[in-house]
Design a protein around this ligand. Structure first.
Ligand code: PGA
Length: 236
C-alpha cells in the first residue's frame, strides 16, 4: 500500500491525475474504472486541462463506472452517466461508445448486473480503478453488509448515504433509494487501485479501512488485501 499525503485538495487532484495520466501514457488502451462523487471532480478537471494542452490522448481508452442510481436515465442531471459526461467525457477525446455506466433504467435489474460483469470481463478487466470512500466505508455503492457482495448487484442505499447525497438533489425525497453497483470482486480484480479521500471528516473511516479489521461492515477494508493500492489523501 502506498500512502501519499496531499497538501490540499488541489494538490490531491493533481497527484491523482498524475497517476491516471501515467497509466494512460504508458498504456494508451487502458481500461479505467471511474468514480463519481465530489472528490474526483478536481482530478477530472486536471486531466481535462492536460488533455487540452495535448499531454494526454484518451482516444483508445475505455472506461467502466462503479455505479448508477436505479430509476434514473442518463439524461437526468442527477444520474451518474450525466455526471461523467458533464465532468469528464464531454471535454476529452474519449469515444462515448467506449464509456460504460450501469443502466439505471434497464428492464431487468438482474440481467443488467450480469451484463455489466460480462462487459468488464470482455474488456479484459480494469487496469486502474479510481475510488472514493463514503463516511460509512462504502466503495462504489457497496454499503456495509454482513458479507462482501462479489458481483454487480442492486443495493438499498443506507440512510447515511442518502443523506450525504441529498446535497446534489433539490430535496432528500428525490434521492433514489436503490442503485446498481459493481461488486467487490471486480473492484479487487483491478490491476491497480487509486483511492482518493479528502477532508477532516474522512480521516476516521480511512484509518479504519486501512488499519482496522477486514470486514464487510467496512467495505473499503477489503482493499488492504490488494497488492497495488495507492491512497492519495488530504485530511486538512
Ligand atoms: P465524495 O463521495 O467524494 O462525494 O465524498 C465518496 C463516496 O461516497 O464514494
Amino acid at each position: 500500500m502506498k500512502l501519499i499525503e496531499a497538501k490540499n485538495y488541489a494538490d490531491l487532484s493533481r497527484k491523482a491525475a498524475n497517476i491516471i495520466s501515467a497509466q494512460v501514457i504508458l498504456s494508451p488502451r487502458s481500461v479505467l474504472g471511474l468514480a463519481t462523487g465530489s472528490t474526483p471532480i478536481g482530478t477530472y478537471k486536471q486531466l481535462i486541462e492536460w488533455y487540452q494542452k495535448g499531454d494526454i490522448d484518451f482516444s483508445n481508452v475505455k472506461t467502466v463506472n462503479l455505479d448508477e442510481y436505479w430509476g434514473l436515465s442518463g439524461d437526468n442531471p442527477q444520474s451518474y452517466r450525466y455526471f461523467m459526461d458533464e465532468n469528464f467525457f464531454n471535454h476529452i477525446n474519449i469515444k462515448k461508445e467506449n464509456t460504460f455506466v450501469p443502466n439505471g433504467m434497464a428492464k431487468d435489474a438482474e440481467e443488467e448486473c450480469r451484463r455489466y460483469d460480462e462487459l468488464i470481463s470482455n474488456l479484459g478487466g480494469i487496469d486502474l480503478q479510481l475510488l472514493g470512500i463514503g463516511h460509512n466505508g462504502h466503495i462504489g455503492f457497496n454499503e456495509p453488509e454482513k458479507a462482501f457482495e462479489k458481483t454487480t448487484h442492486m443495493v438499498d442505499l443506507n440512510e447515511s448515504t442518502i443523506k450525504a447525497n441529498a446535497r446534489f438533489f433539490n430535496s432528500i425525497d428525490e434521492v433514489p433509494k436503490r442503485a446498481i453497483t459493481m461488486g467487490i470482486k471486480s473492484i479487487m480484480q483491478a490491476r491497480k487501485i487509486l483511492l482518493v479521500a479528502n477532508g477532516k471528516d474522512k480521516k476516521d473511516i480511512v484509518e479504519r479501512a486501512l488499519y482496522g479489521s477486514i470486514t464487510p461492515s467496512v467495505p473499503a477494508s477489503i482493499l488492504q488485501l490488494h497488492s497495488d493500492l495507492t491512497v492519495v489523501y488530504c485530511f486538512e
